[in-house]
Design a protein around this ligand. Sequence first.
Ligand code: SF4
Length: 439
Amino acid sequence: EAKPVLGDRHHPFFSRQLLIVRENSGKIDPEKIGEYIAVGGYQALHHAIYEMSQAEVIAEITKSGLRGRGGAGYPTGLKWATVAKMPPGQKYVICNADEGDPGAFMDRSVLESDPHRILEGMAIAGYAVGATQGYIYVRAEYPLAISRLQKAIQQAKRQGILGSQVFGSGIDFRIDIRVGAGAFVCGEETALIASIDGGRGTPRPRPPYPAVSGLWGEPTLINNVETLANIAPIIKKGSGWFSGIGTEKSKGTKIFSLTGKIRNTGLIEVPMGISLRTIIEDMGGGIPGGLKVKAVQTGGPSGGCIPAEHLDTPVDYESLGILGSMMGSGGMVVLDENTSMVQVAQFYMEFCRGETCGKCIPCRTGTVQLYQMLTKILNKQATTADIEKMKLLSEMVKATSLCGLGQTAPNPVLSTLRYFPEEYEALLQPAESGRVSGS
Ligand code: SF4
């Protein structure tokens, strides 16, 4: 089948997409506020401030069913309500733009192609929870996104949309940018806050949650880029419209970065509930060279592999979780029948081993040991007992690590063991006769 050509609306790669977050991508000049306004930009913010109470805005977001797109899927309205309930005083809104999963560039695309949408989402959030200051924490590896955000903030200030008088209403909301220094763990909210605070970017135990005690000890709302990009359309079109898209518990759309052994790669925005098969076979055009799909890795280093027999699984938070993977921030790597699943597990473990912040022992030493165990297996030096030990260590690292990085780092190991035990078995020392049990 022919490769999709940009603008070919009939090709399944495009026709199966539903654009909410990326509706303006490629259509407007991201460096001109006038173009954003011309397509209805900032109307939602104006409407929220002049026509809705703060409680009504939060109720609308809650009713929409929007959940955090950064990975965990926490209900956005609930997070907003928690910050709003905190006593009046200094509060903050943070946009988490520290996207770091290997092969994932969903947030980067939104920031570069439609920066005003993020500012609008943040300003609505600021109004709703009573915050006057916002920060966008964006990774240094995204220079174009940073420069476009800077321009967008300047333009919005000049137009009186950001600053001490948002649309002349007396509401104060400012946004500044903080550039991350490349640590994957700074995508974890408490590490991100520590980094803006001026401290070392490492996570801390929760509670207290940032909604109660965040930046400089004040109530702080942290949402990911894609979550904030959904806010303006929800306010403009209503929670009923948004909640009509997707599944019972996962509403709206999700952007995925479709990569790996697949014909058509790139960003796709699809309604929640679409099957993996539709994404891979229809939109992605299948695997080149007539090879079969072996598995798909969702959720990057935190997720797991989903074997081909589960390709009819709907893409939503719950279904992917049941299979031992997760939605994550949107990485989707397709693996063909020639892929070694043990190598896949080793690849992600190498990533986690390099990115562990070292604060807690299970993750600091566990990721190193797991990497060594996988290497031993790949070198055909392991026994069944080694694999049992690796399984035990994986469970221990999951259960005892301080933050999400360590808690999810063993997922690629556990999911490949669960679905592909025979691949581990085939790599055991020649004299070994024991069987590897899937977890
Ligand atoms: Fe740091 Fe890993 Fe512990 Fe998280 S789990 S605090 S990344 S050492």
